[in-house]
Design a protein around this ligand. Structure first.
Ligand SMILES: Cc1cc2nc3c(=O)[nH]c(=O)nc-3n(C[C@H](O)[C@H](O)[C@H](O)COP(=O)(O)O)c2cc1C
Length: 198
């Protein structure tokens, strides 16, 4: 069993100009980093910094040089992660296209790793995006965590410092992070004993 810190990648799913995402991502980043008992090494992967193209190369062909350069910025960080938290809003009852695109550019980076969710939106709190992401990520051999955090009508759910106003949100984050860390340890140990063959 490894005692190395768990590497947690927080993937920011919105790239929209004027987006709310940084507030939510910053909050869960700080909640995760504050969990000394879990020993998480947190890396925020913001897709706006690496705008991957939506045009894919033909099978067997390498991406264009500028795409290779973008992938070099993001892919190693996903590969290094032991666990993910996906921060997603809800767009038209689903997840943002930029998030799906980033997921699609990768494969083994997701294999046999746990994924937790922090979602936000209107009345549904982004939960429809989360449920659809579970289906997508199952195809990529990822393990999605049952417990989620969702902000329903997120606009007035954070104070000026970016803290969640409702203490229940902090409790939900802790529950999700507990489960995520359990799965991350279990899967990391299992993969060390027996490589995962996809
Ligand atoms: C294209 C688009 C579609 C949206 N569709 C929904 C929706 O189906 N359900 C919902 O609750 N909110 C919806 N919203 C509202 C977003 O959840 C809200 O604007 C949120 O702040 C978006 O996240 P962002 O600001 O980080 O991009 C939509 C927003 C956009 C831009």
């Amino acid at each position: 069993m490894s005692s190395a810190p768990l590497r947690l990648a927080v993937l920011v799913g919105s790239t929209r100009e004027g987006r709310f995402a940084p507030t939510v991502a910053g909050w869960i980043r700080d909640r995760a980093a504050a969990r000394d008992d879990l020993g998480l090494d947190v890396d925020v992967v913001d897709l706006v910094e690496t705008p991957l193209p939506t045009v894919f190369p033909a099978f067997g062909q390498p991406p264009a040089a500028d795409t290779v350069a973008l992938l070099a910025e993001v892919s190693p960080r996903l590969a290094a992660a032991d666990a993910f938290v996906v921060v997603t809003p809800e767009y038209n009852h689903s997840f943002p296209a930029a998030l799906k695109n980033a997921i699609d550019w990768h494969g083994p980076e997701w294999h046999a790793k746990p994924v937790g969710f922090v979602s936000y939106g209107g009345l549904s709190g982004g939960l429809r995006a989360v449920e659809q992401l579970r289906v997508v990520l199952a195809e990529l051999h990822a393990v999605t965590v049952r417990d989620t955090v969702s902000f329903h009508g997120h606009w007035d759910k954070f104070d000026a410092d970016g803290d969640a106003i409702d203490p229940a949100a902090n409790a939900a984050a802790d529950a999700m992070l507990d489960r995520l860390a359990w799965w991350a340890h279990a899967l990391r140990d299992a993969k060390a004993a027996r490589p995962y063959a996809a």
